[in-house]
Structures are given as C-alpha cells and as structure tokens.
Design a binder for this molecule. Structure first.
Ligand code: ATP
Ligand code: K
Ligand code: MG
Length: 727
C-alpha cells in the first residue's frame, strides 16, 4: 500500500510519497519534480500533464488549465469569466457547472471541471504507480483554505472517479505547517509557551497566510486569510499587459487579438519574471510572433515593480487578517516561513519581511513543502505506515447555519441557527436537538454569502429526518438528536440521527459536586455513543423558547450545543437533579433525569456532490478513456519497436549475421525489410497494435534461421570457453 501526498496546484502538481523511512518528491516521465496541471485532447487520445504542456501551443482550443480554479464552480460565477482569461479552451455551462468544450477523438465533447480534475489525477496516479512500483490508492490532497463545500465535494468526487481513495483534503498552508512541525524536534513542551509560526504561501493564482501554534506533537491553526486572486499569474499578466501596449506602438501588432501570440508572450514573460528575481534586468525575444515580426523587449526589475505596485500594495492584507483572526500581533510571531513559487519575487519577500519586522525563514522547500505535508498527513492516516503521531487542528473558514420550517405546535421557535462559526475547530461535530412529532427537513447554508468566492451559492445541503412520530405513551414530542459534522475534508454532513427519552436514573454523587445547592441546574452527562462529544443540559437557566448554542472552550471533545426549547414549563427541557432523601447510605446517589438513546432516525441527504449513479458512470467513462489512452500508447510503442527492428536487422545482416545467411536469404530479407519500411511510412503509419505485432512476427520468422545459426555459433564458442576454464 502506498502513502501519497498531492499538492494540486493551479500551475503545477507535486507528488510526494512516504518511502525509505522518509518522504520523497517523485519525478514524472520526463524527470520533472512537478507536473503541469493541464489536460489536453487530441484526435486519438488525451494529453495529460507533461504531454498537454508539450502540445499546448499547437492545441490551445483543446487544452484546459486552471483546473483547481474551475472545480466546483458554476458557469455563471463571475470568477469563471476571470478564469477564461487564463484558459485557452472555451469554458461552457454543463447543467449549471462550469466545464470545457473540446474536440476529442474527432468529435466535440464537453467535460465538467470535476471530470477534468479526475483526468489529471488519473495521470498522477499512473505516474506515481510507475515511479514507486506499487499500486496507488490512498492519497491526501491539498486545497486552498477558501475552498467551499461544493468545491471540496467536487475534488472528492474527482478523486473517486480517478479510482483514488482520498483520506483527507487538507488546506495548503496546513499541509506546509504539518511538514514543518513533524520534522522539528525542538517544539515547546505542553506547559510551555507555544511556538507561533506564520506560513505564507504564494502560488500561481493564490495567496494564503496561516498563523500556527506548535507544541510537541501538535499544531493548531489559529487564523487563516487568503487573497484569492493574487499569485504569479497576476504578476505575469501585469507584464503581458505592458508588452501588449508596447508592441502596438513599437511593432504595430496587437497580441490580444491572437491567442497563440498571447500564449507565447505569456510563456516568455514567466521566464523573464523568474530572471528578474535574480537579476536587475531581463530580456525577451520572440521570433515571428505575429505577422512574421520578431519582437524584443528589455524590462528592469524597477520597471517590473512599478507595474505590479497595485498587487504589492495588497501583500499586507491577508497577513493582517490572519493575525486578527488568531487574536495575535506581529510581535507574537516567532518565525515567518515562506513557501510557493510566487513568493520568489524579491519585492514580495521585502513586503512580507517589512510587515513582520523580522527576517524570513526558508526552512521548507518552497515548491515541495505542501506535497510533503500531504504525504505526512497520508502517512498519519494510513493504517499501513508508522509515523510519529502529530495532531493537526484546523479551523472552519466560513460560518454555517441550519434552517428549518417552524414546527406547527411550537409557536415561538426560531427557524435558523448558526451552528459552526468561522474559526471553529475542524473537524468538529455538533449535536442538534429538535422537538418534533413529524418527519422534518433541515437546510444547511453558509450564512455570510458575501465572504464566499465569486458568487458561490451559499446552499450546502438539505437533510430529511425520517421516522419521527409522537411518542407512543403521551402523544408528546420526540426528542430528536442530529449529529452535524464538518469532517476531515472540511465538508458538512448530518451524519446520523437518533431519538432519546428522558428517564430517571440513579446516579452516584461525586464529592466535588456536593457543594451545589439542592437543585443542581447544570449537569454534565458524558455521552455514551461513539461520538466523543459532551452534551450539556440546563434547566431553569435557559431563557425559554429560544434555540441556542452554548459555547464551549475548544477541542474535538467540546462542542457547541444546540437547544430547541418548545415550552417554558415543559418537563422535556427541565432536568432536575434531586438529592436522595436517605443520607446514611453510601455511596450517595441521587435521581437525575437523563436522556437515553432509544432508536435511530434515518436521514436522507441532498448535497452538491455527485450521486452514486452519476459517479459510477463517470468512473467507468474515465476508466475507458484510460484504456483508450493506453491502447494508443501501446500501439505507438509497437510501431516504434517495429521501426527499430527494421533498422537493426538491416545493420546486422551486414555485420554479425553476414556469415550466417546466403546471398539469396539476404536478398529476400532485405526486400522484405524495404517493403515493411515503405509500408510504415505509408498506410502503416496509422495501423492497429495487432497489425504492428503481426508485421514484427513476420520479419522475425523470416530472419529466424539466420538468427538461430548465429546463436548456435555464439553458444558453441561460449561452451568451449567454459570447458577450457574448467580444465
Ligand atoms: P497555487 O498554489 O496558486 O494553486 P501552484 O501551487 O501551482 O499554484 P507554485 O508552484 O507554488 O503555484 O508557484 C508557481 C508560480 O511561481 C508561477 O507563477 C511561477 O512563475 C512562479 N515562480 C516560480 N519561480 C519563480 C521565480 N524564481 N521568480 C518569480 N516567480 C517564480
Ligand atoms: K504546486
Ligand atoms: Mg500551491
């Protein structure tokens, strides 16, 4: 079983694996440590990763980039229009979702962003399996912290379509933070002041800062803030826009009217930008860019910095926000770690350093830190790998509320409640309590739509609670408990439902509780079910009739609790603790009303992810495209083998086989070789795998006797030599 971490970047995807008692970044088929996050389509097969990059310039209309930015987005989202500026294939609306229309196997085809991501992942899976010589299944993959439920579900679906088992979606900066923590052996002990590290990741499209607190064996994310439209590509675009104007004046060409010219300038610009990170000026030369015109330009670092000043002036914003969320100041930060290729721009580093007022630290590999963190996370979660345990506590990025219809018999009931707040620990479970006599529905949604990317629909899911009926005995409310969880992927679910009944139980009084006055109003009852949560019951202190949340400090074991109180005087909500009257008995006990789990409530959930049937059919489709690609690759390989064999045999006939073939035999073989070669460059250029194999067999059979005679002679010589040595 393999342990794999995938940093799915906007520009590049980096894969790390756990092996040789460590974590290594693997190389792909052309020995690169990062694979372009690109998919392309052709008349015979798909081009995935490196192949898509190779074909890009000649196949712009059928090449899709920005996959990470498209997953889970709706076509109408204004953000998709921004992406279209960076994506050369036409983006289209597929049942509301964004996808691309391409020409594939000679026909127009449309693929959703989820499918496109699955294609890249499927390639990553093959590359990784080839490299580590093991089948790949379990992975941990990174996403930006600002990814919403629908985006996360899209990636989970994509991984499944690609035949991968996604153990965790982890936020980019959290992955980097894990990689940092697990390798540092000098973290503060539990009773010491935590080490506080700011992680700054600036990639190709994205900028995030997380403030992280470390103690031995654990990290807690305290605040994360992002600029969703800030990365290397924005810096490139500033230069391209400048060059576009310059070329209009200087060469009378407008590259914005010519996609191929635009792409070539963008590629040259990215190189130029990288040169400017180490030099004060950099040249750009492109031959025959448009209308047979060669262009040249020279840009100094100073000019570049002036062009990107509007971006540079935003650098401090996520840093300030992350600190504010963490309720810390710059002075509290012990270390500032920088990752991501985009942060190599000296002016960015200067701004970050000036903001924190301390030198930056580069102990992580800027390009590989996220992938390595993902691999560590996978190792921790994988049952087959032993790794030092390291607890990772992340936080929720957007507040989530539940809404429902007012119950007919509870007049004053509220109809919505914020259940998860921004900054709540993630993963986390909360128990919601409802008093109902009939089945009911709940809807979950983000309650601050203005914080979401673009115009993301705040709707998260709808949950129908079945099996609810009045309690048999008294025709009373059923007390329904629902477990809402933002899980390890950052995805919301109502995972289960059950109902409880109030029962009087005898309970021992612990000494430290005794001081309480007769009527104990607050009483903690540890929940016996699988959930480690603690429920809180209160009696008279609840302001009647209002659903509410009761804030708890923090940690997986403490939750916010939700009360739904039907009636001020209802005995359902009154939990009384009574002293037992007999004081002589030991141990002392009292009767308390406790809620006892009585049965399950089935829940059917509707969310933005794919349903099972759709997922199965896309999985089949992906598998068949993989087979098709493989067939094309195998066919190409057989064709190359045949071609090579023709050349080799022809040479050997003049060389080592010369003495073993008669002139007649040689002439016959040569003429067959010539015919086969002519065939290869003619109709044989595009034949099937089986035909190439058959042609090869034909030649082998013809040359067989000659090869055999040669072999026998070589063998006889070998034996003679051996016999001599053994004498
Ligand atoms: P994202 O995290 O935004 O999804 P990503 O993970 O694919 O994207 P990275 O690989 O971290 O992005 O960074 C890629 C960006 O870094 C590109 O824009 C690239 O031009 C830029 N970059 C790489 N090296 C340098 C350099 N030496 N100087 C300036 N920019 C650089
Ligand atoms: K990357
Ligand atoms: Mg990245």
């Amino acid at each position: 079983m393999s342990v794999v971490g995938v940093d799915f970047g906007t520009l590049n995807t980096v894969v790390a694996v756990a092996r040789n008692r460590g974590v290594d970044v693997i190389t792909n088929e052309v020995s690169n440590r990062a694979t372009p996050s690109l998919v392309g389509f052709g008349p015979k097969c798909r081009y995935l990763g490196e192949a898509a990059k190779t074909q890009e310039i000649s196949n712009l209309k059928n090449t899709v980039s920005s996959l990470k930015r498209l997953a889970g987005r709706s076509f109408k989202d204004p953000d998709v229009q921004i992406e279209q500026q960076f994506v050369s294939a036409p983006l289209v609306d597929i049942n509301g979702q964004v996808g691309a229309e391409v020409s594939y196997l000679g026909k127009k085809e449309r693929f959703t962003a989820t499918q496109l991501v699955a294609m890249l992942l499927s390639k990553i899976k093959q590359t990784t399996a080839n490299e580590i010589k093991l089948p790949v299944s379990d992975i941990v993959m990174s996403v930006p912290a600002w990814y919403t439920d629908v985006q996360r579900r899209a990636l989970i679906d994509a991984a499944e379509i690609a035949g991968l088992k996604l153990l965790r979606l982890i936020n980019d900066t959290t992955a980097a933070a894990l990689g940092y923590g697990i390798t540092k052996l000098d973290l503060p002990a539990a009773d010491e002041k935590p080490r506080r590290v700011a992680f700054v990741d600036i990639g190709h499209s994205d900028y995030a800062c997380s403030i992280v607190e470390y103690k031995k064996g654990e990290l807690a994310i305290k605040g994360t803030a992002c600029d969703r439209h800030f990365g290397g590509r924005n810096f490139d675009k500033a230069i391209v826009d400048h060059l576009q104007k310059e070329f209009i004046g200087k060469y009378k060409i407008d590259i914005s009217t010519n996609p191929k010219a635009m792409t070539r300038v963008a590629a040259a610009t990215e190189k130029l930008k990288k040169i400017l990170s180490a030099n004060q000026q950099a040249p750009l030369n492109i031959e025959s860019l448009m209308n047979d015109i060669d262009v040249r330009a020279m840009i100094t670092r100073q000019e570049f910095e002036a062009m990107v000043e509007p971006l540079l002036s935003r650098v401090h914003i996520p840093l300030e926000q992350a600190l504010a969320d963490a309720k810390l100041t710059k002075d509290d930060i012990d270390v500032v770690e920088i990752v991501g290729g985009g942060s190599r721009v000296p002016a960015i580093k200067d701004r970050v350093q000036a903001f924190f007022g301390k030198p930056l630290s580069f102990t992580l590999n800027q390009d590989e830190a996220v992938a390595r963190g993902c691999a560590f996370s996978c190792a921790i979660l994988s049952p087959v790998f032993k790794v030092r345990d390291f607890a990772v506590q992340d936080i929720i990025s957007y507040p989530i509320e539940f809404a429902w219809e007012k119950a007919p018999d509870i007049p004053d009931e509220d109809t919505s409640l914020v259940v998860f707040n921004k900054g709540n620990i993630m993963p986390s479970t909360k128990i919601l309590t409802f008093y109902r006599k009939q089945p009911f529905d709940l809807e979950a949604r983000y309650c601050k739509p203005e914080d979401l990317p673009g115009k993301t629909n705040p709707w998260i899911g709808r949950f129908s609670v079945k099996g609810v009926k009045p309690t048999a005995a008294q025709d009373d409310f059923m007390i329904c408990k629902l477990k809402a969880r933002v899980n390890i992927h950052g995805v919301l679910n109502v995972e289960s439902g059950y109902y409880v009944e109030d029962q009087e139980v005898e309970e021992e009084i612990k000494d430290d509780e005794e001081k309480k006055d007769g009527d104990v109003s607050v009483y903690k009852s540890p929940f016996v079910e699988s959930s480690p949560s603690i429920e809180h019951f209160e009696s008279s202190s609840i302001p009647a009739k209002r659903p509410r949340l009761d804030p708890q400090p923090s940690g997986e074991a403490s939750r916010f609790h939700f009360y739904d109180v039907p009636d001020e005087n209802s005995r359902l909500t009154t939990i009384k603790a009574m002293d037992t009257d007999n004081k002589d008995e030991k141990p002392k006990t009292r009767k308390v009303k406790k809620q006892v789990r009585k049965g399950e409530l089935p829940i059917s959930a509707g969310h933005t992810g794919l349903d099972v049937d759709a997922k199965n059919s896309l999985t089949e489709k992906e598998a068949s495209m993989v087979m098709e690609d493989k067939l094309v690759a195998d066919t190409e390989e057989k064709k190359n083998e045949l071609e090579t064999y023709i050349y080799e045999l022809r040479n050997k006939l003049d060389d080592q086989y010369a003495e073993f073939a008669s002139d007649e035999e040689k002439a016959k073989i040569r003429s067959k070789l010539d015919a086969s070669e002519d065939w290869l460059y003619d109709e044989g250029d595009d034949a099937t795998k089986a035909i190439y194999i058959a042609k090869m067999e034909e030649l082998r059979a013809l040359a067989g006797p000659v090869v055999q005679r040669h072999f026998e002679k070589v063998e006889a010589e070998r034996q003679a030599l051996q016999a001599k040595l053994e004498q």
